[in-house]
Design a protein around this ligand. Structure first.
Ligand SMILES: Cc1cc2nc3c(=O)[nH]c(=O)nc-3n(C[C@H](O)[C@H](O)[C@H](O)COP(=O)(O)OP(=O)(O)OC[C@H]3O[C@@H](n4cnc5c(N)ncnc54)[C@H](O)[C@@H]3O)c2cc1C
Length: 372
């Protein structure tokens, strides 16, 4: 039996970023069921840093992560993980009230938003149909190099002496005295603290540990990579819809990533796209753009896992010693990982929080709130 200070279950961005944060001060073991860390949600995202995404209670986490992603510590990377990609939320004439409400929702949060009229929308999205006359521009948003960020966290962990064990699905958890025993198909490990960073499987891990689950539900979302009749400008913004029916952004080589913004509850699984969702994505795009879709080159789906109130779940479970939740990152898990990993590391190490996140009250995200 090998002993550690902390065993983290799940090597997506949540588990990996936390492992890297803890690795300087703790003996950390990161366990991943698949042979590739990042095989599930982390490798299937839209790879965007988008400050208004998730609402005003997620925004502080997103905002606190930006500086780190833009200028990571040198030990992680010598280059930024971000590339500018403004986001433009669009609507039609009848959406004026919804556009006003969007602006009002973020008033006082510090998010830089500006309104655009029909000309402004057309200037940013050549080929947009004339009925899309309203826009809200977030110029600070950016593409995230998710693969580089994720790899940098794993590199940090290994460099500090931490272990990453892939093809190591956790199949048993038990607590005796002051220690958890974690069984995988290959090994038996021990640590006083275990972290549940299992994404869509977070509730399953809780049940395995004898901890009551928190109704963290995986929702499937689809992205199709398509080729269109026009040349897609590489500097086009990410385009979202005021009522959340679609989004699209350019990918390299004149292609587009398009999502129908679907949310299908599903058991945790290796999510796959359905033909109908791809067809809806194409149809919605053709209602926005005067472009013909020539081919769907590839498509994928991933799980976005939410607690009932759609806030992340981070903190020790009050009902079980040494069981720490790092779950429910929904559709914002990459863009909030720098902040969330620092908050989690401080709670686990019982040390003061990093100054960049000291203004965020972690009790807002504590599992206790879901146990009423
Ligand atoms: C289509 C789509 C678009 C998205 N777009 C964005 C975006 O633009 N920006 C953004 O910030 N976020 C986005 N997200 C959300 C983001 O991808 C997730 O919030 C994030 O990846 C969650 O990370 P995670 O580590 O919790 O989950 P995962 O990456 O799923 O990692 C959990 C890991 O736990 C492992 N695991 C499960 N059970 C066990 C077990 N028993 N033993 C060992 N390991 C186990 C799994 O194999 C998995 O690798 C998007 C998601 C989707 C699906």
């Amino acid at each position: 039996v090998t002993g550690f200070d902390v065993i983290i279950i799940g090597a997506g961005i949540a588990g990996s970023s936390l492992a890297a944060e803890l690795s300087g001060s703790h003996r950390v073991c990161l366990l991943e069921a698949e042979d590739q860390p990042g095989y599930h949600s982390t490798g299937r995202s839209n790879a965007l840093w988008h400050e208004t995404y998730g609402g005003p209670l997620i925004q502080p986490l997103t905002a606190a992560s930006r500086g780190w992603l833009d200028q990571p510590p040198l030990a992680y990377s010598e280059t930024s993980f971000l590339n500018a990609r403004p986001t433009l939320c669009i609507g039609q004439e009848e959406d004026a009230a919804a556009m006003d409400a969007f602006m009002a929702r973020f008033q006082g949060t510090g998010v830089a938003l500006s309104r655009l009229g029909a000309d402004g929308v057309r200037a940013m999205i050549p080929g947009v149909r004339p009925e899309w006359t309203m826009g809200i521009l977030e110029s600070a948003s950016a593409d995230i190099d998710v693969a580089a960020y994720h790899a940098a966290c794993l590199k940090m962990l290994r460099r500090s002496g931490g272990q990453v064990m892939t093809s190591s699905r956790v199949i048993g958890l038990s607590r005796e005295e002051k220690s958890w025993t974690v069984r995988t198909e290959k090994a038996e490990l021990r640590a006083p603290i275990i972290v549940n960073a299992a994404g869509g499987w977070a509730d399953d891990i809780a049940v395995m540990a004898g901890v009551a689950p928190l109704s963290i539900t995986p929702l499937r979302r689809t992205i199709a990579q398509i080729r269109v009749s026009a040349v897609v400008p590489q500097d086009m913004p990410m385009v979202t819809h005021i009522h959340g029916e679609f989004y699209f952004k350019p990918d390299g080589g004149g292609r587009l990533w398009v999502s129908p913004h679907d949310e299908h509850p599903t058991p945790a699984c290796d999510a796959a796209p359905e033909e109908l969702d791809i067809a809806i994505a194409v149809d919605r795009l053709e209602h926005v753009m005067d472009w013909a879709v020539q081919a769907v080159e590839t498509s994928w789906a991933g799980l976005r896992s939410f607690a009932p109130d759609r806030l992340p779940v981070v903190g020790f479970d009050a009902t079980s010693d040494g069981f720490f939740w790092c779950a429910g990152q929904g559709g914002f898990g990459i863009q909030t990982a720098p902040a969330l990993s620092k908050i989690c590391a401080a709670l686990i190490a019982r040390r003061p929080t990093d100054p960049n996140v000291a203004h965020i009250d972690p009790r807002l995200y504590a599992p206790r709130r879901l146990r009423a």
